[in-house]
Design a protein around this ligand. Structure first.
Ligand code: MLT
Length: 272
């Protein structure tokens, strides 16, 4: 597989600092992390990757739609400086890709952050519905078929009181193509249960979830943290399924705390 996904570098980081790779949710692209990335510690190199079919990777639609395909493409699309620990942070669909990366490339990764995601596969009914929606998106050529569903994943308080966030999300959704939406839905429909992968990881895992996330609620995310050998869950108030969009500074603070604890700054201050 030679194709590379679009990678946006938010900041270059400092030598020896971690490389934080952000994998977005559905049906948007890396720009869902724009506000949050501004608050990530300057030590970390921060990359946002557009997953297959979405954002600037809209032209990349491999024959096999699967989270494993996305994982392989992500791993082919960036390199980290020697000595820079790589941390994969994935939200919802990006979390499914992060788990596929954990299944195959765990030795290359130093840390995992899972935001508003699940580790189980779809039920039969959910899978059938996804494939139906994929077909509709493909035939219409637009993301319209999933727009309302995606906006409804925001917390009620966000939808009622923060129109600028709703509009921002709406813009991201409208920018996606029907082909990209269809590919993503087919890939998510095909994903397996990953609870065994989570349980087998030696890494410390940070789990972040919006208090009002109805797709991957706090109890589901808490179970992920409990399944992991070393997992910590942070529940974010006044947020639904899109925590980095709804509470960017709070989410960044949890990530900064995790990065500092797991990868402490070992550099020695120069003598005065
Ligand atoms: C997402 O936000 O990426 C979606 O909710 C994932 C899904 O449809 O399972």
């Amino acid at each position: 597989m030679t194709k590379k996904l679009h990678v946006h570098e938010y900041q270059p980081g400092l030598p020896g600092g971690p490389t934080l790779v952000l994998l977005h949710g559905f049906p948007v692209d890396h720009r869902m992390f724009d506000a949050m990335a501004e608050h990530i510690s300057g030590r970390a190199r921060v990359l946002g990757i557009d997953l297959p079919g979405l954002g600037e990777s809209r032209g990349i639609l491999p024959a096999t739609a699967s989270m494993e395909t996305s994982a392989e493409l992500v791993m082919n699309s960036f390199t980290a400086e020697l000595g820079s620990p790589v941390v994969i942070a994935g939200l919802s669909m990006g979390g499914y890709v992060a788990q596929a990366i954990a299944a195959r490339y765990s030795e290359d990764i130093a840390g995992f952050i899972l935001l508003d995601t699940r580790m189980n596969a779809d039920t039969e009914g959910a899978r059938e519905n996804r494939l139906k929606v994929a077909q509709q998106a493909f035939e219409s050529g637009s993301s319209e078929v999933v727009a309302t569903m995606a906006l409804n994943t925001l917390a009620p308080i966000t939808r009622q009181d923060r129109p600028q966030i709703v509009e921002y999300m709406q813009g991201l959704i409208e920018d996606q193509t029907g082909g990209g939406v269809a590919w993503s839905q087919r890939a998510m429909a095909a994903r397996p249960d990953r609870s065994g992968v989570i349980a087998g990881l030696r890494h410390e895992i940070l789990v972040i979830v919006g208090e009002q996330d109805e797709i991957s609620p706090p109890e589901v995310m808490t179970e992920i943290a409990h399944t992991a050998r070393r997992g910590l869950v942070e529940i974010v108030s006044d947020a639904g399924h899109m925590t980095p969009v709804e509470q960017p500074a709070v989410v960044a603070q949890h990530i900064n705390t995790y990065l500092e604890r797991v990868f402490p700054n070992k550099s020695v201050n120069p003598k005065p």
